[in-house]
Design a protein around this ligand. Structure first.
Ligand SMILES: Cc1cc2nc3c(=O)[nH]c(=O)nc-3n(C[C@H](O)[C@H](O)[C@H](O)COP(=O)(O)OP(=O)(O)OC[C@H]3O[C@@H](n4cnc5c(N)ncnc54)[C@H](O)[C@@H]3O)c2cc1C
Ligand code: SF4
Length: 335
């Protein structure tokens, strides 16, 4: 690990100013991803600005608040455990609670924050190994994963420059729910739909989001979505806990008299971004619930998948994971 400067900010405006002033400076939240990557020297910031004390000045950063329109505002420093066990989240957005509880371990969830979770980096083996080239870590050096070990890599949203999987569980549930990210930078605040927040790698895998350097995530807002009370997150992985998704599905269904009126579908573990499947949603809406319908939706969701030598299994795994999640939600009684 290389030496770095450490500052604990107590004022959000100071934190933004300190990070924005220097390209080599990073925000530090729970540290469960950034510090790991600093130890590996994948990330080598000159300085870090600890944002854990900002809530003393701005308590909303650590709070989950109900909005007048029925939505929910989640402060960027809300810990993953607190969000997962929040009674309103459990009742109205169970898919989000389940996605959080499917991630990492209890200890990690106690540290990890909402903002940091959105920005965690890929687990691609080559990205985390500085002895290897990697276009995401060092643009222009190549992508050894394409012809190398790619079992954990993506089959959707890939490019000839990078096939790294987006690792998070929480963002998959949030993208299905239609969340919006609120950020504050040197030029003020802006709101970004989560569906537009992440970038597929294209020619620039080093750019993962539309966030500008120095912009602080302050909150995530979930819209009121009454039918999300019937929702579920299904995750398939190598171990029953403490493992990243090989495939996952976040699903919410609005079912009336056996027919689907509205649907939300997102996939994880198989794409370069948290992957909302509008194709699957279109296939579902207006039709009567059936196994055949769910299988059709899953076929549509994976229609554009491109397999590599070791990860073709993920395509059928993702289809089955989605069918299972849809089946579970369709069998729930409305809560
Ligand atoms: C062994 C292990 C297993 C794991 N398993 C899973 C899993 O199964 N599923 C899963 O989803 N995750 C898993 N994780 C990842 C874990 O969820 C993330 O490390 C965590 O969510 C990151 O949050 P943090 O607050 O610690 O972020 P940090 O490490 O503090 O920060 C991560 C990044 O976000 C930036 N950042 C943080 N907060 C803000 C903000 N408010 N505004 C702007 N930038 C910000 C930082 O500068 C940094 O670049 C695992 C991690 C480990 C170590
Ligand atoms: S898949 Fe992306 S992160 Fe992995 S080695 Fe290739 S460029 Fe790097």
């Amino acid at each position: 690990m290389r030496p770095f400067e450490y500052t604990a900010a107590t004022d959000p405006a100071d934190a933004v100013r300190l990070v924005a002033a220097n390209d080599g400076t990073r925000f530090l939240a729970g540290g469960t991803n950034l510090i790991d990557l600093m130890k590996l020297e994948v990330e080598t910031p000159r300085a870090v600005v600890d944002i854990n004390r900002l809530a003393r000045r701005e308590p909303a950063l650590e709070q989950v608040a109900e909005l007048p329109d029925g939505g929910l505002r989640i402060g960027a420093l809300v810990r993953n455990s607190d969000l997962a066990w929040n009674p309103v989240v459990q009742a109205r957005y169970p898919v989000l609670s389940e996605a959080l509880l499917a991630g990492a371990s209890g200890q990690l969830r106690n540290m990890a924050t909402t903002g940091g979770n959105l920005l965690q980096r890929t687990r691609c083996y080559y990205f985390r190994d500085t002895a290897m080239p990697c276009n995401k870590r060092e643009p222009g050096t190549g992508c050894p994963s394409i012809a190398g070990h790619n079992r954990i890599n993506a089959v959707l949203g890939t490019s000839p420059e990078c096939i790294a999987t987006s690792p998070g569980d929480m963002p998959v549930a949030m993208v299905a729910l239609g969340a919006t990210v609120h950020v504050r930078g040197p030029e003020g605040e802006r709101a970004i739909p989560l569906a537009d927040f992440y970038l597929v790698p294209g020619l620039h895998p080093e750019r993962e989001t539309v966030l500008r350097h120095g912009e602080l995530i302050v909150a995530v807002e979930l819209p009121a979505l009454p039918f999300a009370a019937r929702s579920h997150y299904r995750k398939v992985r190598d171990r029953a806990s403490y493992a990243f998704a090989l495939a996952s599905a976040a699903v919410a269904l609005d079912i009336h008299e056996g027919r689907i009126r509205d649907a939300r579908v997102a996939l994880g573990g198989i794409a370069t971004t948290p992957w909302r499947s509008f194709e699957a949603e279109r296939a579902l809406v207006g039709h009567a619930v059936s196994h055949t319908l769910f299988r059709t939706a899953a076929e549509r969701a994976l229609a554009g998948a491109v397999p590599y030598a070791e990860n073709a299994f993920k395509i059928e795994l993702a289809r089955r994971t989605l069918v299972r999640a849809l089946t579970i939600v369709s069998e729930m009684t409305a809560r």
